[in-house]
Write a new protein. Structure first.
Length: 261
């Protein structure tokens, strides 16, 4: 797992549990790498590496370093998983979309006719794509700076999804089948007052501390909340499948996650 910061990541626990259950003598570590250091790090990889997981701020920075991209990663311009071709060139893929889709489907979400995505970063791009897969052809995007969210807008156009960017000022409308908050811990706290009675489903990608103030307010209002741990689990499972060619052991991976009571 590469990113900055990355020491808090639960990905090592998930992948190690998967490898142990699959009988693979593999290692998986979190390595703090920032954008300027990424090209040098990639150049130093030897044949012992089977793949890379990437978190912020590297999901877009790694794209130009890849010789090949999956169709989804190319459409999104966001890569969170790297494997290697026969010549050891980098192959970029995106499993965040699958993680969001499976997490929401597991919560009984299907189909989606209206949605709000909070945030304008790389995970927001994946959320828009995931909602499109779930049937939502028009999504509201709630951001603090519309110009800075242009990569999300561009990706939505390539995917054929109508996106309605809105500045995060004044009154906020969170009435939708699904709301996906992709912002870091604490940022969405300001949205608590916008939670009305009987909201739809909230997926908050933040999983620590849990529950977030937004998630707690959502549950009090009678809505369904999906923790970011569900997204993390299923995107990691997809990574294990890509890196090993084997079916991921979901039960073993789930057991490696902290409980959220």
């Amino acid at each position: 797992m590469l990113g900055h910061p990355v020491a808090h990541s639960l990905s090592p626990a998930l992948h190690r549990a998967a490898y142990a259950a699959l009988g693979l003598d593999w290692t998986y570590d979190a390595v703090d790498v920032d954008v300027p250091d990424l090209p040098r790090f990639v150049r130093g990889l030897d044949d012992s590496w089977a793949g890379l997981s990437l978190t912020m701020p590297l999901k877009q920075a790694v794209v130009p370093l890849c010789s090949q991209l999956s169709p989804l990663a190319e459409a999104l311009g966001v890569v969170n998983t790297v494997t290697f071709a026969a010549d050891r060139s980098l192959v970029g893929d995106n499993t965040d979309v699958e993680g969001i889709v499976v997490a929401l489907r597991s919560a009984g979400v299907l189909p989606v006719t209206s949605a709000v995505v909070v945030g304008g970063g790389a995970t927001a791009v994946s959320a828009v794509a995931a909602l499109g897969e779930l049937g939502c052809s028009s999504t509201a995007l709630l951001v603090r700076s519309v110009p800075r969210a242009q990569p999300v807008v561009d990706a939505a156009e390539r995917l054929g999804v109508e996106l309605r960017p809105t500045d995060w000022v004044g009154a906020v409308d969170l009435q939708a089948d699904v709301v996906v908050s992709t912002v870091p811990a604490g940022v969405a706290d300001a949205l608590v007052e916008a939670v009305l009675s009987a909201p739809g489903v909230l997926l908050d990608v933040v999983y620590s501390p849990w529950p977030t103030p937004l998630a707690a307010a959502w549950e009090r209002a009678g809505g369904t909340v999906v923790s970011g741990l569900e997204m993390l689990l299923h995107q990691a499972a997809a990574q294990v499948r890509l890196m090993t060619g084997l079916e991921p052991p979901l039960d073993a991976m789930r057991a490696a996650l902290p409980r959220q009571d």
